[in-house]
Write a protein that binds this ligand. Structure first.
Ligand SMILES: [Cu+2]
Length: 512
């Protein structure tokens, strides 16, 4: 294992961002930004559960992106930019094959693009970074500095503008899964997600419904992310241009990614949840810009994983710890009857230190009848068959420059909209090899994949199932089998460390 200091040295970035990071484990991906206010005591705020989105008529929803004030740190208020003014945004609870239209109205002072992460979505509804909803009354056009920092994207022909609002069409012709939606605006995704533009979309289907897994209030989405706060309670973030209007990017010390010192779950700092001594299904999402977590239970315990990014596993997998990279989801069952009533069960992040070592706490308050079970077989097996691949392609995720004008690239190229690096055929499968110089959580739009190998060895236990995001660590080679199904057209693969993404670590591919 190469130490963080050593691999930064190899990259010529030594001294840039070593201080203040999580030691020499090589497991941290970003730079910690300290809050300017006293941090609240952990486990004093109840866990919020986001409200459900309500249709305006069957199959149609409308959400408004707007600024609002929320009490996140007790005793202060924070301006969030949220879907319907909430953070997280409302949860869409939808059925497989239930063709859904979501009208997104933008009442923020900046353009937005909304991506349904994990969605099998037509290309013009996929939330491409230059396919923007511009606030009504604002002129169209890329911001004056639009991507000139990276020397790309200035070509207007790749940009599309919608005034005030637009409809996104989600056919949801895909297995039950925990998806999420978030902003994807060119050059400004990281600060706009940091301000709150993210929420859950849960797809349900008959196969998942028929299983005896915990349901109802024992089936809980948990959005984990880190943030930092100014003294007045506002979000702290090292943007070069806090208006997010003109100049993209962050201060150079944060080019590896921004990590906050407050861990939020569903928008609340280190919350607590009272649970009965029964099984609970926890749909974990890491919605952080850059932070990875290694989740463990204290005082001991285990997670039974039933699903991954793109739906149910074939069979459950038991873990004592789960590493979750940005944008990954783990569908986990925890059996709180393993603990005596009165227990405090803490979800820890053992990659963190100090305040970031805690995530949330479960208080086991009572006994209750539990009709749930975890079947030995969850879903039909769909083994990843290496021989079904029609070709192999390599995508190398690497920094070509550090410091001022930093650039994160794929195959040596900064993002060039409309210039695909691959043209896979609809209905085929390919092996994609991801290689890396750092921590890069690699996300593929549209196409789901299974991990075939890590460094030539079998995948990790936490790589199981169909996925859309994979944790690629420094100097790893991760092979995945990607299936291109559903739609032809322009899609993308990119690093989901949002600061890397905003610094050009994206590439188009076109399904033909
Ligand atoms: Cu990256």
């Amino acid at each position: 294992m190469t130490s963080r200091r050593a691999f930064l040295g190899l990259l010529g970035g030594a001294g840039l961002a070593v201080a203040g990071c999580g030691g020499l484990t090589g497991e941290t991906a970003g730079e910690t930004l300290a809050s300017a206010l006293p941090l609240p005591r952990p486990f004093t705020v109840p866990l919020p559960v986001p409200a459900l989105a309500r249709p305006t008529r069957p199959g149609h929803y409308e959400v408004v992106q707007r600024a609002a004030r929320m009490e996140i740190i007790p005793g202060t208020t924070t301006e969030v930019w949220g879907f319907d003014g909430t953070f997280p945004g409302p949860t869409f609870d939808l059925r497989r094959g239930g063709r859904t239209t979501v009208r997104v109205r933008n009442e923020l002072p900046v353009p937005t693009s909304t991506h349904l992460h994990g969605g099998v979505t037509p290309p013009d509804s996929d939330g491409y970074p230059t396919d923007l909803v511009v606030p009504a009354g604002q002129g169209f056009g890329p911001p004056p500095g639009g991507h000139t920092r990276h020397g790309t994207g200035a070509d207007l022909s790749s940009w599309t503008f919608h005034s005030g609002a637009r409809d996104y069409l989600y056919p949801l012709d895909q297995r039950a899964a925990t998806l999420w939606y978030h902003d994807h605006r060119m050059d400004f995704t990281a600060p706009q997600v940091w301000r709150g533009l993210a929420g859950f979309l849960i797809v349900r289907d008959d196969e998942d419904d028929a299983l005896p897994l915990p349901k109802g209030e024992r089936d809980i989405p948990l959005m984990i992310c880190d943030r930092s706060f100014e003294e007045d309670g506002s979000f702290r973030y090292p943007s070069l241009d806090p208006s997010l209007r003109v100049t993209p990017g962050v201060e150079d010390a944060y080019m590896e990614g921004v990590e906050g010192d407050v861990i939020l779950v569903n928008g609340a700092p280190w919350p607590f949840l009272e649970v009965s001594a029964t099984r609970h299904r926890l749909r974990l999402l890491n919605a952080s810009n850059a932070r990875r977590y290694r989740l463990e239970l204290s005082p001991g315990g285990r997670f039974t994983q039933v699903g991954s990014d793109a739906g149910l596993l074939t069979a459950p997998v038991t873990h004592s710890a789960v590493v979750i990279a940005p944008a990954e989801r783990f569908d986990l069952v925890v059996d709180f009857s393993d603990y005596p009533v009165g227990s405090e069960v803490t979800l820890l992040n053992t990659l963190g230190s100090g305040p970031t070592r805690n995530v949330m706490r479960f208080l086991v308050t009572r006994r209750a009848v539990d009709g749930s079970a975890i079947p030995k077989r969850l879903s039909r097996p769909e083994p990843a068959d290496r021989s079904s691949a029609v070709t192999t392609r390599t995508f190398d995720f690497r920094a070509t420059r550090r410091g001022p004008g930093a650039l994160w690239t794929i195959n040596g190229q900064p993002f060039r909209p409309g210039r695909p690096l691959a043209r896979p055929r609809l209905g085929t499968a390919e092996i994609w090899r991801f290689t890396s110089d750092f921590h890069h959580p690699v996300h593929v739009h549209l196409a789901h994949f299974q991990v075939l190998s890590r460094n030539g060895r079998p995948p990790a236990a936490t790589d199981a199932g169909w996925k859309d995001t994979v944790d690629v660590r420094p100097y790893e080679v991760v092979e995945v089998l990607v299936r291109f199904e559903g739609h032809r057209g322009r899609y993308m693969t990119h690093c989901h460390n949002l600061e890397h993404e905003d610094m050009a670590m994206m590439a188009d591919f076109e399904v033909v």
